[in-house]
Design a protein around this ligand. Structure first.
Ligand code: NAP
Length: 265
C-alpha cells in the first residue's frame, strides 16, 4: 500500500533542519512529502513554515512513511524505540552517532537500515556525509545517496569505519572552528583588531583549503612551500611540534571514536 509521506523524520533538531531544508531547496524532496515528528512546538513550527507536515506522535512517521530518518540524539533513542514497540518499521536511515545497525535492529526490528554520518555544513550545502547503505535495495540506496548529495559530498563506506568518520568529519567542523578561534585570538594578542584577525584567519583557511584541493601538491609540499629556511613559518611549526600539536589531534580523534563506541551500547 502506498504510504502517505515519502520521508518521516523523528527528531527535528539541527541536523534534520540542515538536511531537509537543503534537500527541499534543491528540489530533491517536496516539502509535502515529508512528515517531521518532534515534541517541541518550536521545532514543529519551523517545519510547518517549510511546508512539511508535523506531528507530536512518532508513530505517524513509522506508520505513514516509505523511509524513516532517525535524527534524535543517540541517548534518547531507547526511549523513542520503547514507545514504538511492536510497530513495523519502514526502511530506516539513521544519522545517530555510534548507534550500530545491530543495536537499532534489536530495539526496532527494522529489516533494512542505512547508517549515515553527515555533518553540520550540510546546512550550507557543503556537508560531508558517509553512508553505509549495504542492506538497502538499489532504489532505496539511490534515495539515500540523492538526499545527502543534495547537501554536499558523499562517500560510501562499510559500517565498521563509521565511528572513525564520526570522529573526523562528523565532529570535525568543531575542530576547525576551535583552530580558527585560537588563530583569531592569537592575532588579537599581537595587536590586530578582532575584525582584522577574523578576516585574515578565515581567508587564510579558505585559500589554504583551495590550494590543498587544487594545486596537485601534497600537504608536505605545501607546508614546505610556506616554510623558508630560518623563516617565520619554521619558527611557528617548531613551536607547534614542541607543544605536541599533531599528537593532540590524534588524541582528540581517538577520544571521539571511543565516545562513539560508548554511545553504541
Ligand atoms: N550536530 C551534528 O553536527 C551532528 C553531526 C552528525 C550526526 N549527528 C547526529 O544527528 C542526531 C541529531 O543531532 P542534532 O545535533 O540535530 O540534535 P538536536 O538538535 O538535539 O535534535 C534532536 C531533536 O530530537 C528531538 N527529540 C527529543 N526526544 C524526542 C522524541 N522522543 N521524539 C522525537 N523527537 C525528539 C529534540 O527535541 P528537544 O530539543 O526538545 O529534546 C530535538 O529537536 C544525533 O543522533 C547526532 O548524533 C549530529
Amino acid at each position: 500500500m502506498k504510504k502517505k509521506w515519502l520521508l518521516g523524520v523523528i527528531g527535528g533538531g539541527f541536523m534534520a533542519r540542515a538536511i531537509l531544508s537543503g534537500a527541499i531547496a534543491k528540489g530533491v524532496l517536496n516539502a509535502q512529502d515529508v512528515l517531521v515528528c518532534d515534541p517541541a512546538q518550536e521545532s514543529r513550527a519551523y517545519f510547518t513554515s517549510c511546508g512539511a507536515a508535523v506531528s507530536e506522535d512518532n508513530r505517524d512517521a513509522v506508520r505513514g512513511c516509505e523511509y524513516l530518518l532517525l535524527a534524535v540524539k543517540p541517548q534518547n533513542f531507547p526511549a523513542v524505540a520503547q514507545v514504538l514497540r511492536g510497530e513495523t518499521y519502514p526502511t530506516v536511515i539513521s544519522i545517530m552517532a555510534g548507534k550500530t545497525k545491530a543495536a537499532i535492529r534489536s530495539l526496532t526490528g527494522a529489516e533494512h537500515i542505512a547508517r549515515v554520518m553527515p555533518n553540520l555544513p550540510c546546512s550550507v550545502g557543503a556537508g560531508m556525509t558517509a553512508v553505509d547503505a549495504s542492506e538497502l535495495s538499489e532504489e532505496a540506496r539511490g534515495f539515500v545517496l540523492g538526499l545527502f548529495l543534495s547537501v554536499g559530498e558523499v562517500i560510501e563506506t562499510e559500517e565498521s569505519l563509521l565511528d572513525a568518520v564520526t570522529a573526523l568529519s562528523g565532529s570535525g567542523p568543531a575542530y576547525i572552528y576551535l583552530f580558527l578561534r585560537a588563530l583569531i585570538a592569537a592575532g588579537e594578542e599581537q595587536g590586530l583588531s578582532a575584525q582584522q584577525a577574523q578576516t585574515l584567519a578565515l581567508q587564510t583557511m579558505e585559500g589554504g583549503l583551495k590550494m590543498a584541493r587544487t594545486s596537485g601538491k601534497s600537504l608536505d609540499e605545501l607546508i614546505a612551500a610556506v616554510s623558508s629556511k630560518g623563516g617565520t613559518t619554521v619558527a611557528a611549526l617548531e613551536s607547534f611540534e614542541k607543544d605536541g600539536f599533531e599528537r593532540s589531534v590524534l588524541h582528540a580523534v581517538d577520544a571521539a571514536v571511543r565516545r562513539a563506541r560508548e554511545l553504541s551500547r
